[in-house]
Design a protein around this ligand. Structure first.
Ligand code: NAG
Ligand code: NAG
Length: 482
């Protein structure tokens, strides 16, 4: 019996103490700007389809409002709603001087980005991980005195469509993972947003660009294998927002603020309009109600809100940078100031409940289930998911790991395997060891119960030294090994 017990304990400890051989998990977060959730429905996308078979596909994800590039990307990096991280617009602005800077210039305004919320690069680095970023909005700035260890920002006149450059950038990032052992990298591609704006989401040009994105997804996965990162690299591919067709011509009554009776730009001390379907106004002192009353209800497709009355689901109210009056248009419309000066065929910036504003989401790698389709979730949850895979403690955020945990292969640290064959072997091995241990336990329990019965029956008066002690050990090893 003692012999059987030791064998059993040995087997148990083999399961417990077996070398797990788990490399630390890495994460690559990729954004294809403006890739709407349903863009794969009218284009052949063999590589995205393969990725869904090998990993997880969400039906769609919900971005935070305001659905524009810099604010929503900073939500991916922080897990915070826009009102909480403070990057409330693509444009940095100063209501006192009246200055506003365009998107690209605003990428370098440090105090705009570093407003009290740390992006995942900094948090990872402070917990012993290494982080990098290529072209991802927010990369250029310093947060609480730190930047991502490797940062690369595109030059001002950058061709976001160049497929060769996409491949060069992909291999560069894989090199960072392999040669410099980075744990987290964020990688940004500026398409299909540009094409969606210029030609509209229903155009053949957009479909052609989606085919290019799909080829790139194939290239990325091939590059992972070429760099031998398959056993530890997890890839999340998503986007900042979707895209919607702008209605034009005599078919629609355009929203032109200057034509609205009772409204005057001279009642404002600052405004942000002519920026797609959204706008923000700062009325002069004492003019708030006059401006609000003139605009409210003035156009059937224009929504006008005082900051404090903003609908709760938009989470776009509680920040001192948000101006006192917020405007947004219904799908199909844009907000013009003095004249119609916007000629994009596609736009975003609408209510995040609109299906046209939803991005796609795909994930693949050792941490994720294979061939799993999941329902929609908010993009604030991607941050705690990434922190969990990296094994770092997240900052305060608006996401919840439990919303996305079901995508993970195991809720604890994952056991990565490069190939299905290896995975199968490993499963077989684990099953064998597990069964052997369980079998051992069952045998010993059986022997002990027989022994107990036997000793009770025939030796009632004698001390049962062996069988008294063994069941306790048995209990102990059970607790620790299952
Ligand atoms: C965020 O920016 C605002 C100005 O836009 C400033 O008043 C505030 O102090 C900043 N907060 C932090 C924590 O940097
Ligand atoms: C595209 O990018 C590659 C690699 O960076 C570069 O060599 C090439 O000149 C670019 N092509 C165009 C048309 O700009």
């Amino acid at each position: 019996m003692l012999w059987a017990a030791s064998l059993c304990l040995l087997l148990a400890s083999a399961v417990l103490g077996a070398p797990t051989n788990k490399p630390r998990q890495k994460v690559l977060l990729i954004s294809f700007d403006g890739f709407r959730w349903d863009y794969d429905r009218d284009v052949d996308t063999p590589n995205l389809d393969k990725m869904a078979v090998d990993g997880v596909k969400a039906l769609y994800v919900t971005p935070p409002y305001l659905t524009i590039t810099s604010p929503t990307h900073f939500t991916l990096l922080t897990g915070r709603y826009i009102e909480n991280h403070g990057v409330i617009h693509n444009m940095w602005f100063d209501t006192t001087s009246g200055q506003k800077w365009p998107y690209y210039q605003s990428l370098f305004v440090n105090e705009w980005w570093d407003n009290g919320t740390l992006p995942i690069w900094i948090t990872a680095q402070r917990q012993g991980r290494k982080a990098g970023s290529l072209h991802f909005p927010g990369t250029a700035c310093t947060y609480d005195g730190e930047t991502a260890m490797i940062q690369e920002v595109e030059p001002i006149l950058y061709d976001y469509k160049n497929e060769t450059a996409w491949q060069v950038n992909t291999d560069k990032v894989m090199g960072w993972f392999r040669d410099q052992d980075l744990d987290f990298v964020s990688l940004y591609f500026g398409e299909p947003d540009g094409t969606g704006h210029r030609h509209g989401p229903d155009s053949p040009q957009r479909r052609e660009m989606v085919a290019q994105v799909d080829r790139q997804v194939g290239y990325i996965r091939e590059s992972v294998n070429r760099h031998e990162l398959g056993d530890r690299l997890n890839i999340i591919i998503t986007a900042d927002h979707g895209m919607s067709t702008v209605l034009r011509g005599g078919l629609v009554e355009e929203i032109i603020l200057s034509k609205i009776p009772g409204f005057s730009f001279s009642d404002l001390s600052f405004h942000l309009v002519d920026y797609g379907p959204s706008g923000m106004l700062l009325p002069k002192p004492g003019m708030l109600d006059k401006v609000y009353n003139a605009l409210k209800g003035a156009h059937p497709h224009l929504h006008v809100y005082k900051k404090e009355d903003m609908p709760e689901h938009l989470h776009f109210s509680k920040n001192e940078r948000i101006l006192p009056i917020i405007l947004w248009a219904d799908i199909g419309y844009v907000i013009n100031g003095y004249f119609p000066v916007q000629f994009n065929k596609g736009e975003h910036g609408y209510d995040n409940q609109e299906m046209d504003m939803k991005p796609f989401f795909r994930a693949v790698g050792p941490a994720f289930h294979r061939n799993l389709q999941v329902g929609p979730f908010e993009t604030v949850n991607i941050y705690p998911l990434m922190c969990h895979i990296l094994g770092i403690k997240p900052e305060v955020n608006d996401g919840n790991l439990n919303v996305v945990r079901h995508m993970l292969a195991t809720s604890e640290a994952t056991t990565p395997e490069t190939t299905p064959e290896k995975a199968q072997n490993s499963i077989r091995h684990n099953v064998f060891t597990g069964l052997a241990a369980v079998g051992g336990f069952l045998i010993i329990v059986f022997i002990l119960s027989l022994a107990k019965k036997f000793t009770r029956k025939s030796h009632k008066d004698r001390r049962e030294d062996i069988s008294d002690n063994l069941p306790e050990k048995d209990e102990d090893s059970k607790v620790t090994s299952f």
